[in-house]
Design a protein around this ligand. Structure first.
Ligand SMILES: CC(C)(COP(=O)(O)OP(=O)(O)OC[C@H]1O[C@@H](n2cnc3c(N)ncnc32)[C@H](O)[C@@H]1OP(=O)(O)O)[C@@H](O)C(=O)NCCC(=O)NCCS
Length: 176
């Protein structure tokens, strides 16, 4: 299945829409989330206007690529859980598709990031992409664990935005 939505064992992912602006502002306006996404000197928690721009970028990504990040909600009760999925970009000078995720702080420690990352990797494979990459601050051990559990393997330490990052990759190419 490669439609716009996605379901996992406990979560339901929706393609971002303009009326998700308040959820973007809540998630990306969180100091806890910003601490690892935009650590000093990268600006910290995003303003509602900046979060709205992030939403607009996700909407545009879906429009141009046919895939992207989802907003995830708990299947039981519909509580907001986070933002995760796939994004095209240039990492370490090479075009690639990145697995990304940010979980609402009140939902941390429940395995949700791992569940979201698995779903993103599965979708990348179903879309026929050659593989995915992931990178996270070398100090973000929980995020490294999420990427490893999703099947990515450490490739190198990468300087990204002036900070050292763990960089990993999962290739789907068949060995013949
Ligand atoms: C990092 C983040 C995504 C983790 O979300 P989560 O839903 O709590 O993660 P999970 O529950 O799926 O599991 C994380 C794994 O890391 C492990 N972990 C947690 N804290 C850890 C730590 N300090 N050191 C090592 N491993 C740790 C957990 O035990 C778990 O592994 P396990 O299943 O083998 O036990 C979440 O804290 C977050 O959204 N942070 C802000 C945004 C962010 O950093 N995103 C990633 C940027 S690349």
């Amino acid at each position: 299945m490669t439609g716009a939505g996605i379901t996992t064992e406990r979560l339901r992912g929706e393609r971002p829409r303009r009326d998700h602006a308040a959820l973007y502002a809540q998630l990306f306006g969180s100091d806890d989330v910003a601490a690892t996404l935009w650590p000093p000197p990268h600006g910290g928690a995003r303003s509602p206007e900046q979060a709205h721009e992030l939403l607009a970028q996700d909407v545009a990504h879906w429009d141009s690529e046919g895939f992207g990040p989802w907003l995830f909600f708990e299947a039981a009760g519909a509580r907001f859980a986070g933002h995760a999925g796939l994004r095209c970009g240039t990492v370490g000078g090479a075009p690639s598709v990145e697995v990304l995720y940010a979980v609402s702080p009140d939902r941390w420690g429940r395995g949700y990031a791992s569940e979201m990352a698995f779903a993103a990797v599965d979708r990348a494979r179903a879309l026929g992409l050659p593989g995915v990459v992931g990178y996270t601050l070398t100090t973000n051990h929980a995020s490294q664990r999420v990427l490893e559990k999703a099947g990515l393997r450490f490739e190198r330490t990468l300087d990204h935005a002036g900070l050292p990052h763990w960089f990993g990759r999962l290739s789907f190419a068949q060995i013949s």
